[in-house]
Design a protein around this ligand. Sequence first.
Ligand code: GTP
Ligand code: SPV
Ligand code: MN
Length: 584
Amino acid sequence: MSTPLESWVEKNARLMKPERIVFCDGSEEENQRMFAEMVREGDTLELNPKTYPNCYLHRSNPNDVARTEQVTFICSEKREDAGPTNNWMAPEEAKQKMSALCDGAMRGRTMYVVPYIMGPARSPISKVGVEITDSAYVVASMRIMSRMGKVAMERLGSSAEFVPGLHALLDVNPERRFVMHFPEEKLIWSVGSGYGGNALLGKKCLALRIASVMAREQGWMAEHMLILGLEAPDGKVTYMAAAFPSACGKTNLAMMVSALEGQGYRVWTVGDDIAWMQIGADGYLRAINPEAGFFGVAPGTGKHTNPNVMDAIRKNSLFTNVALTPEREPWWEGIESAPPAGMIDWKGKTWDPAQGPAAHPNSRYTVPAQQAPSISPKWEDPAGVPISAFIFGGRRARMAPLVYESFDWQHGVFVGATMASETTAAATGAVGVVRRDPMAMLPFCGYNMADYFGHWLEMGKRIPHAPKIFHVNWFRRDTSGKFLWPGFGENVRVLKWILERVEGRGEAQETPIGYVPTKGGLTLDGLALAPGAVDDLLRVNAADWEPELADTRQFLEKFGERLPKELLEEHHKLAQRFQRSVPA
Ligand code: GTP
Ligand code: SPV
Ligand code: MN
């Protein structure tokens, strides 16, 4: 008798016709074989073993450097269940299409079967997934990003309780690139891309799109959120989870070296991208990080902006699409060392600065979480950490102040549902265009977002000690286009105010959009800001918010009848508060 896993593998082997099948055990020896295979394939090279031991640089196909949202589909039985913000395809049609593309797709190649756990091995919140892939890069990446191999097989046993994911590179052609999700069946099927969230199926596909569906069915939350602990001078650690869209600062906030360390404030990292949260017996929302590594944006990461990351990535790390120095060390824009002569760019050519940046703007490092100097002692706690604050945020050149607090849970859900951000290089398409990205989940919600808002409202009623909800913006600019706020380690000043608000302290003034710190409410000592910068950072400008109100209304109307009425109610209340605040 074969197990459900064996039967599933056999069925797909009949379709994809690989030359051999390898069940991955996650051992060090297997890992070395994967890297040897990648080096042989010619797209990966070993970095300087003295300064970057056991580190590799992988160059992806230049047509395959970011998530591709336009070919990402939610294949629910009914189109309405995918909602107006997702691409939809009927499940039967999608499967036919994918089967045709995958017929014989692994001829002459190896089919790797990669069992993995999302979440700590013994946590009741964790889930098992199995990915079939023909990419050694995916296998090596999954070993860093999840608990992969033997440990997952031990948890799975002969059970059928795993999320199946099929992945085949095909000819890495954008014309034959699809990332399909079957939410009713809890199946993932991705072809034509070897990159990040398109190919490491445990991450965005399982831990967000499929998990968001499970979470709604089962009464928990799967969110695109970092998790951090803020330690106060008395040693008490308060946990917060923050949702910012892709490449808007989650990893950097979660792994910051606090500028207020001298005053006893320190940040501990639990997770940098995804949070799974259940209501605990103590009435708090308890969060685990389903991942085991960080897949972080390289550009902008340097010894001043993020010393913890710079420390962490000195061994056992896999770099993708960064540049290479003659010393065989990785390099990227913002690493804070001058570009050496003779640099090789991310495409493997001698770098010509006139032809663009040396590293791709979405180049990344993949590093085991436990290598972070800031990793929290609780990061693998099976029960998760209790969350006291949710923080939404994004890139807004104008509009949003440095930080504000919502009036209550329902208003906080409205703040999250209407948040917007300038697009980044983390997904293909235009960069710098403002778009609505509710809870930073626009590309990752596996079902109709109107129902997702409803689920958030429902959770608020059920969590006895619900987190307070805040909004931040590190990216406000002055009239000359410069960032008003220094960001990075200085962001702890905002976290400190949030902590004080959670504890019922912290000076604030009421504005139409929520509570904004008073100038004296923020700890700004030792910080040299331009004159007037604090006022500019905290200003709520009614003239800016007028078009914003119109735009959010239009966005909410996309959901029609399915939108929870509470959100229109909040929109109305916000408009009224502005009317009252501006004398006619
Ligand atoms: P994903 O991994 O795509 O989900 O991104 P992320 O949200 O983790 O973003 P990350 O922390 O990697 O930051 C993305 C980019 O924003 C990097 O180039 C950072 O250097 C930059 N960045 C992060 N935090 C700040 C900040 O506080 N201020 C400024 N100006 N830039 C920041
Ligand atoms: C994101 O885009 O939000 C990421 C990178 O974290 S990827 O894994 O490619 O989705
Ligand atoms: Mn992300």
